[in-house]
Structures are given as structure tokens and as C-alpha cells.
Design a protein around this ligand. Structure first.
Ligand SMILES: Cc1cc2nc3c(=O)[nH]c(=O)nc-3n(C[C@H](O)[C@H](O)[C@H](O)COP(=O)(O)OP(=O)(O)OC[C@H]3O[C@@H](n4cnc5c(N)ncnc54)[C@H](O)[C@@H]3O)c2cc1C
Length: 414
């Protein structure tokens, strides 16, 4: 990649995990010019995963969420403008316009605008006790409601819904989870893994209902019940909506950048404008691993692609090579996932998810390991991560055989 190194002003829109990473990596790479990090939220970059885990539970403080302390940003000479929304990118004048009219010129612009919580379109979904869970501000609204004995209804049986349900149950609330699809985590795991998590939640005391359709929300000033299509009525003190993310790509599309399920970037995180990079949840990148374009919602992607974007800004082009991985904590269970299971033709279970509390699920496609989910088996996850990255072909019978230590297995081919 050739690019002149005449960059002296970098503006980053979106002070989330990807934005923070771009800023930090620019300094790590020796860039001494101006960096301005603009964020709509008041906080400096912070980690979202604990929001539905330790932060909601009260075991993690707000300061512990910060990617690095505010003093570190100052020390690195990174200007942070919080509570500020970028309304427009003027590509011809190479500047961004903030909501208060301020203009920030750039030589290179990074878009790390992430996503926002998808909201229900049902009538009543705008009532004050119907809450998303995406930001520190969201959790601060939720925390005072999370009092033992309260009735919470979680709409959505994805990671955020299930993690939140687990925390609230431990806090002593009555928790109902409503999932429209026939099983939880349906988009990301095999039916056997979904069934495992359904069992864990039900055993813990969650009223978990799958394949349900919501008819309407009942209540005047606040929602007091969720009514299902079959007529059943679930009384609620508050509702949490965990039905996915809408990417913040409007800024990019209004500026004429190519957007298609995220801001379209190349393997160097460059958008359709060579002076604008994009990274994290808001971007759609070509994945060598997947053999197609993908958009990921994970910390690992936000950080690794953020670093690639920073290097591209400095003309130190390096292609993004990424094997996706993800984790989720629910109760004492640690789910770790690697690869993309879409298109698997054989599932090999190591351990029995129907009776045990830990196991591994290996997803094979024509014999090749394309993905794995492990529950509370960190050592097996590390091996799976390596094999998935290598595209290893393993003997399914040996993979399933718990009498053979996984680390002694040798791939048939890689
Ligand atoms: C509750 C929760 C739990 C999660 N748990 C996990 C987990 O266990 N493991 C995992 O890997 N991932 C997890 N994730 C996902 C992970 O947090 C995201 O993938 C990651 O935060 C993406 O980072 P990002 O910087 O791309 O986007 P974001 O974190 O969404 O940050 C983007 C920022 O840009 C700001 N912004 C947007 N538009 C503008 C604008 N026009 N002007 C100014 N600012 C703007 C937004 O307000 C936001 O602050 C979780 C997410 C949530 C919400």
C-alpha cells in the first residue's frame, strides 16, 4: 500500500471500543499529529461486555469499564469531545460538522460509529419502563429497577437477553424471557447448544418461552403486562428489549459512502473514500476466513480492525486477517465461540449438553473444523481456536471421545 505520510489531523467519529483503539494505535505507531475523538455518549471509550454482566450485577464499577483512564488519553494527547454528535461529513471540504455547528477538519477520518439497540415497533414500546441495554446510561436506568421481587420481562433470547436474565435472577427478580424463534441463540449456535442454555435458564428459575409472538403491550403511563398472541398475559414491572443492533451507518450513507449491511470497507478498513476508514460493528469487511463479506459485532473485531484502520491511516497497510471469536457469561457458565458455524454439515459433541454443565461442540464442514462452541472448557477452546484458524480436518470419533485428551489429537490435514 502506498500513501504519502502527510497526515496531521485525524478525526475519529464514535468513541467506542473501535474508536479508542484507532486513537491508541495511532500513537503506538508513532503518529504525532492531532487526534480528535468525538463521541455521542459522555464517557470516554469503555467496554460494553460487562454492561449485561458485572456492571449490571454491581460487581464492576464504571471506572473499571473504561478502556484506559481519562488521564491516559490526555497523556497521549488525544482530544476527546464527549456528548457530541457528528451530524455531517463534508467530504469535499474534508471536515465533519457537529450538532452544535462546530466544524472539525481532517486529513483522515475514521468512522467507528458502532450500533444502537434495535427497538420494538409495537405500540407502547416508547413507555419509560421499556428499556434497551447498550450503554452505561441504559444500565444506570435499569439498575434502580433491579430490586428483588420485581418482575422483569426480557424480550429476545440472544446473548444480551440471556446474560441480563441471568444477572437479574441472581438479584432476586422474577424473570421471563420471550423469544420469537423456536429456540434461543438460534442465529449463532446449533440446536443442541440452544437447548443447553434453555435448560440452564429454566433450571435456574427463568420462565423462558420460545416460539412466542407478542400481541401487544398493556398499560397506561408504563407498560404493566406483555400480552402474547395466544392470549396469555405476563405481568411486568419493566421490560428489557434485547432484539439486536441497528448499525449507525446513516452518517456514512448520507456522505455518499458505500453502505451495505455496514459501511463497506476493504481488507485495509478503507471505505469507498480513500481518506475515510471504518472499523468495528459499523463496518462490513471482506473476510478471508469466511470467504465472503461479513459484519461482526464483537470486541475482538472492534479492536483488531481498529488497529488495522489506524495503520492504514498512516500508510502502513496491513490486511485484516481475522478468525472471529466471542464469549458470553451466564451464571457460572463461560461460553466461548470461535469461527462461523453457518453451513456446517456435522456437529460433534464432546460431553453431553443434555446432562452436563460443560461440553464442547465442534462444527465440521466436509470434515473441516469451521467453528466450535465450548462451555466452561477454556483449554479445549484454545485448541479449537488454533484448529479453526488452520482449517484442520479432525477425526470426529476422536473429537467426541472424552477418554482421549484433546491436546493429543493430531489433525488429519490442515
Ligand atoms: C450489553 C452488551 C454485551 C456485550 N457482550 C459482548 C461479549 O461478551 N463479547 C463480545 O465480544 N462482544 C460483546 N458485545 C459487543 C461489543 O461490545 C461490540 O461489538 C463493541 O462494543 C463494538 O464496538 P464499536 O466501537 O464498533 O461500537 P460501539 O461500542 O457501538 O461504539 C460506537 C460509539 O459511536 C458513537 N456514535 C455513533 N454515531 C455517532 C455520531 N454520529 N457522532 C458521535 N458519536 C457517534 C456511539 O454513541 C457509540 O458510543 C456486547 C455488547 C453489549 C451492548
Amino acid at each position: 500500500m502506498s500513501e504519502t505520510n502527510s497526515v496531521s489531523r485525524v478525526v475519529i467519529v464514535g468513541a467506542g471500543q473501535a474508536g479508542g483503539e484507532v486513537a491508541g494505535e495511532l500513537r503506538k505507531q508513532g503518529y504525532t499529529g492531532a487526534i480528535t475523538l468525538v463521541g455521542e455518549e459522555e464517557q470516554i471509550p469503555y467496554k460494553r461486555p460487562p454492561l449485561s454482566k458485572g456492571f449490571l450485577a454491581g460487581s464492576v464499577t464504571e471506572e473499571q469499564l473504561y478502556v484506559s483512564p481519562r488521564a491516559k488519553l490526555e497523556q497521549l494527547g488525544i482530544e476527546f469531545i464527549g456528548n457530541a454528535r457528528v451530524e455531517k461529513i463534508d467530504r469535499s471540504r474534508k471536515l465533519v460538522v457537529l450538532a452544535d455547528g462546530r466544524e472539525l477538519p481532517y486529513d483522515k477520518l475514521a468512522l467507528t460509529t458502532g450500533g444502537r439497540a434495535r427497538m420494538l415497533t409495537l405500540a407502547g414500546a416508547d413507555k419509560p419502563n421499556v428499556l434497551p441495554l447498550r450503554s452505561i446510561a441504559d444500565v444506570k436506568k435499569l439498575q434502580p429497577l433491579c430490586v428483588a421481587g420485581q418482575r422483569a420481562v426480557v424480550i429476545g433470547g440472544g446473548f444480551i437477553g440471556l446474560e441480563t436474565a441471568a444477572v437479574m435472577l441472581k438479584l432476586g427478580l422474577h424473570v421471563t424471557v420471550l423469544e420469537g424463534l423456536p429456540r434461543v441463540l438460534a442465529r449463532v449456535t446449533a440446536p443442541e447448544v440452544s437447548a443447553f442454555f434453555e435448560r440452564m435458564h429454566r433450571e435456574a428459575g427463568v420462565d423462558l418461552r420460545t416460539g412466542v409472538q407478542i400481541s401487544h403491550l398493556e398499560g397506561e403511563a408504563e407498560v404493566s403486562a406483555v400480552v402474547l398472541a395466544d392470549g396469555s398475559r405476563i405481568a411486568a414491572d419493566f421490560i428489557i428489549v434485547g432484539i439486536g443492533v441497528v448499525t449507525n451507518t446513516e452518517l456514512a450513507s448520507e456522505a455518499g459512502l458505500t453502505v451495505d449491511n455496514g459501511i463497506v470497507v476493504d481488507e485495509y478498513a478503507r471505505s469507498s473514500d480513500p481518506d475515510i476508514v471504518a472499523a468495528g460493528d459499523c463496518s462490513n469487511h471482506p473476510s478471508q476466513f469466511a470467504g465472503r463479506r461479513i459484519r461482526l459485532e464483537s470486541v475482538q473485531n472492534a479492536m483488531e480492525q481498529g488497529r488495522i484502520a489506524a495503520r492504514t491511516i498512516l500508510g502502513k497497510g496491513e490486511a485484516y486477517q481475522n478468525v472471529p471469536w466471542f464469549w458470553s457469561d451466564q451464571y457460572d457458565l463461560k461460553l466461548q465461540m470461535v469461527g462461523l458455524s453457518t453451513g456446517y454439515d456435522q456437529l460433534v459433541l464432546r460431553g453431553d449438553p443434555a446432562t452436563q454443565r460443560n461440553f464442547a461442540a465442534f462444527y465440521l464442514q466436509a470434515g473441516k473444523l469451521i467453528a466450535a462452541d465450548t462451555v466452561s472448557r477454556p483449554a479445549e477452546f484454545m485448541l479449537a481456536k488454533k484448529w479453526v484458524a488452520e482449517g484442520a480436518v479432525l477425526d470426529p470419533a476422536q473429537l467426541a471421545d472424552e477418554s482421549i485428551a484433546l491436546k493429543t489429537l493430531v489433525p488429519i490435514a490442515a
